[in-house]
Design a binder for this molecule. Structure first.
Ligand code: ZN
Length: 306
């Protein structure tokens, strides 16, 4: 089974764990993460819990996994439930730490045992001898991550329906503008906005190229705490489609555009844009984007080159 199919299979089995759209794993991490998911799923089986990963990433050469675990909104929040939740959090926390350690001692490309590499002040993730990065070769750090497609992509494959889904307290798509109450800082914390370097890595281009695309209105970014962030959803989609859709979103209301990207739309059967795009509904999404600009009286500013 290829690494990509393994990842698809994982999402199909545990769709509720992969609600956050911009997750990516190194190929070498897949096996420990698969084992982790199996254990967590078994832990949740009998309970009244919601669980999903917030972030799975490499930091200072090591694997870092962040998750959200809570009581289902339908469950009474009794003292016993809270106590059980605390125990479960601790248990899963230990298991997550073990998986982090295991991932951090594997070659990120093939999973063979290896140790993080120190280059001056920077620590790079482990690479075995065969996959050592040599000058003039593509950086394995950039080519090894496999995007996790998110539940929508795997549901299209069909096999997810037979598995139990733990309902989550977190709404995967906003249903109206007024429901977007997350502040931008929260969006950064929740992984809905990402740093330019991350988007650049996903698309295999430079941060400067992203900035140029912003000037051409093919992209937009948001400032949070004096720093630039891109919507995380872009990283999981094709650059070309993201560019085409953003070009239809006229004007400079970048916060409004962000909402447009994350909310659900009746015009694409109640899905959000990334879900619709993964189902090949790009023409329909382009129409929605144009309608968004029309509603705001912005279509007249369409530039001749687009
Ligand atoms: Zn290797």
């Amino acid at each position: 089974m290829s690494d990509h199919s393994k990842v698809h299979d994982l999402v199909a089995r545990y769709p509720y764990m992969f609600e956050v759209e911009e997750l990516a794993v190194y190929a070498g991490w897949i096996d420990p993460i698969q084992a982790l998911c199996e254990e967590i799923h078994a832990q949740l089986e009998a309970g009244a819990w919601t669980f999903h990963f917030l972030q799975i990433k490499e930091k200072f050469g090591a694997c870092r996994i962040y998750f959200s675990l809570g009581l289902r909104p339908t469950e009474p929040g009794t003292d016993v439930a809270r106590q059980n939740l605390a125990h479960l959090k601790e248990h899963i926390g230990h298991r997550v730490e073990a998986a982090e350690l295991e991932c951090s001692s594997r070659c990120i490309v093939c999973g063979l045992g290896a140790t993080p590499q120190r280059h001056g002040a920077e620590v790079a993730p482990p690479l075995c001898q065969q996959h050592e990065w040599s000058q003039g070769q593509p950086n394995p750090r950039e080519i090894a991550p496999i995007p996790i497609p998110g539940p929508a992509g795997s549901l299209a494959g069909g096999s997810a329906a037979q598995h139990k889904q733990v309902p989550s307290s977190r709404n995967p798509g906003f249903t109206s503008d007024s429901e977007v109450e997350l502040t931008r800082a929260t969006m950064v914390r929740e992984g809905l906005l990402i740093e330019p370097e991350r988007l650049a890595r996903s698309w295999g281009e430079s941060v400067e190229a992203l900035a140029q695309a912003c000037k051409r209105k093919e992209l937009f970014l948001l400032r949070v705490g004096g720093r630039d962030f891109y919507p995380a959803v872009f990283a999981s989609l094709s650059k070309d489609e993201v560019h085409r859709i953003n070009l239809e979103l006229r004007g400079d209301d970048d916060a409004g555009k962000l909402i447009f990207w994350y909310r659900t739309h009746g015009g694409v059967r109640g899905q959000n844009l990334s879900q619709a795009l993964r189902r090949g509904m790009v023409d329909r999404v382009l129409e929605l984007a144009l309608a968004w600009s029309e509603e705001r009286g912005l279509v007249a500013i369409r530039s001749p080159k687009s």
